[in-house]
Design a protein around this ligand. Structure first.
Ligand code: BT5
Length: 250
């Protein structure tokens, strides 16, 4: 089942996700991995931008052609977050916190964002998993105040190639798992074990048209976040932004 990574490198590109989506439509195989030293139009969710200055981060996109049911597709983002967690732990001895749905943080400061997108192609629906990791401390003045980098928190310059290969290995293992019978439950369980946001965290949830506060109560089987509102109502959040509130009791 496992894919073989086919790495294509660019010095500068608009967005590794855009390039991977382009190549997916042209029939590129699963495992295509686009890496760039710099992105001029790095993208976040909802057309937000991702600051990607030259040689200051890891900017990569991996093309997948999953064979599992559509209800497991939202778990691709959670799977990628776990893979980033593994890679930073193994290669930099850095323990990160996974924040729903697509961030990795240290002390609530973001150092990695994930953007998973789907695209219809002649070979079937494909997924592109884009991962941006702030590596060098030089990036910090260029990104929002609530962001950080691997170097800033470890005091050491990380090895981009080592992280990349650790990441691809971990994604491949977890991707295989997601194709197995108990794969989805396993990913959900692991994600909850690696995220301080999974359970009992006071958060503010911002949706496109409104916001509310509540306490996190774990994940649904498709990766949606369960948040209990102050009135005791359970809300299922499938898209939106989550911010931690001060108290962690709940
Ligand atoms: C994300 O979106 O966090 C997804 C980021 C995915 C980036 C990768 S890089 C390789 C691949 N190619 C792409 O074009 N994209 C992917 P979101 O949760 O919407 O967060 C975006 C927000 O994060 C922005 O609005 C900023 O506030 C903040 N931000 C921008 N650049 C940042 C950076 N380098 N580090 C930390 N935060 C940043």
């Amino acid at each position: 089942m496992s894919f073989q990574p086919i790495i294509q490198r660019f010095d500068s590109i608009d967005s590794t996700n855009i390039e991977a989506l382009r190549q997916a439509k042209a029939g590129a195989p699963e495992g295509l991995c686009i890496i760039a030293r710099e992105q001029t139009r790095g993208r976040g969710r909802l057309d937000r931008s991702w600051q990607s200055p030259a040689d200051a981060g890891l900017y990569m996109s991996l093309l997948l052609r999953p064979k599992f049911e559509m209800n497991a597709w939202p778990l691709i983002t959670l799977m990628a977050a776990l893979a980033v967690y593994d890679a930073l732990m193994k290669t930099c001895e850095l323990r990160t916190d996974i924040k729903w749905p697509n961030d990795l943080c240290v002390n609530d400061r973001k150092l990695c964002g994930i953007l998973a997108e789907t695209v219809e192609t002649a070979l079937g629906t494909a997924a592109v998993v884009g991962i941006g990791i702030n590596l060098s401390s030089e990036i910090v003045p260029l990104v929002p105040a609530e962001a950080t980098s691997v170097e800033s928190v470890t005091g050491r310059k990380p090895d981009r190639e080592l992280i990349l290969h650790g990441l691809l290995k971990s994604i491949a293992e977890r991707y295989d798992l997601l194709h197995s019978a108990a794969g989805c439950e396993h990913i959900i369980r692991e994600w909850c074990a690696h995220s301080s946001y999974a359970m009992g965290r006071r958060v503010r949830v911002t949706l496109s048209d409104k916001a509310f506060e509540g306490t996190t109560r774990g994940l649904e089987s498709d990766g949606a976040l369960r948040v209990e509102s102050a009135e005791g109502r359970m809300k299922i959040v499938r898209a939106g932004d989550v911010t931690a509130l001060r108290s962690t009791n709940g």
